[in-house]
Ligand binder design. Structure first.
Ligand code: B16
Ligand code: MG
Length: 214
């Protein structure tokens, strides 16, 4: 039986991807780098430092030192932190509160499994801090998704075996992480993009809990 649901943050509980986009765009404009929404899509679920590396690859730039990359990523984060101050409970994705309530009623635990180091601030602004039995974020483990480490860390802290866990993700790296952790993977997006997922739903509000819990 399923005992734990682990939710990704960006793209599952709220759409911070737009704020990530704006922050990266401002940084890239500043540094004379190309950046667009297509590249931003590649950064879903990817850590901050890996994100700047993807942006450098897109710009075919390999002459920037690691120290400078860290500085630029930090600059982006300062902009991002400003932007997420605007997050309110209105920014919860449609249908997510209902899913939380239904899981609570079934005594299934709820955890966060986000790659973001800003996850706690976002959760606070969304007003849902008290919902979670455990929070796994960008500070929890060293190896980011697609490594299974974050999800395994969350399950271990709640003393629940991976086979009793469901992960809800909008990123391919997240579904890969869930599957290599030995958990059920629920993807939000298009079927053709998530071959490895156990269930794929277009939107959060389309999730069929009965089907997953069967
Ligand atoms: P930060 P998730 C991810 O959140 C975002 O999708 C990704 O775009 C971002 O780079 C990453 O968090 C790290 O965020 O810079 O705040 O540490 O989808 O794993 O909730
Ligand atoms: Mg995500």
């Amino acid at each position: 039986d399923i005992e734990l649901f682990i939710f990704d943050l960006d793209g599952v509980i709220t759409d911070t991807a737009e704020y990530h986009y704006l922050a990266w765009k401002e940084l890239c404009d500043d540094k004379g780098l190309l950046f667009n929404r297509e590249v931003n899509e590649k950064l879903r679920g990817v850590s901050r430092l890996d994100s700047i590396k993807i942006i450098m690859e897109y710009n075919k730039k390999d002459d920037v030192s690691e120290i400078e990359l860290i500085e630029w990523a930090t600059e982006k984060n300062e902009r991002y932190k400003q932007l997420i101050q605007k997050v309110t409970p209105n920014d919860l994705i449609e249908g997510i509160t209902e899913i939380f309530n239904r899981l609570k009623n079934k005594n299934i635990k709820i955890a966060l499994g986000s790659a973001s180091k800003n996850a706690k601030a976002v959760i606070k602004n969304l007003g849902i801090e008290e919902i979670f039995d455990f929070i796994g974020d960008g500070y929890s483990v060293d190896k980011s998704k697609p490594a299974p480490d974050l999800f395994l860390y969350v399950a271990k802290n709640l003393n629940i075996s991976p086979g009793k866990c469901v992960v809800v993700e909008d990123a391919l790296a997240g579904i890969e992480a869930a599957k290599s952790a030995g958990m059920l993977g629920v993807a939000i997006g298009k079927k053709e993009d998530f071959k490895k997922a156990d269930f794929v739903y277009n939107k959060i509000k389309d999730i069929n809990l009965d089907e997953i819990l069967k």
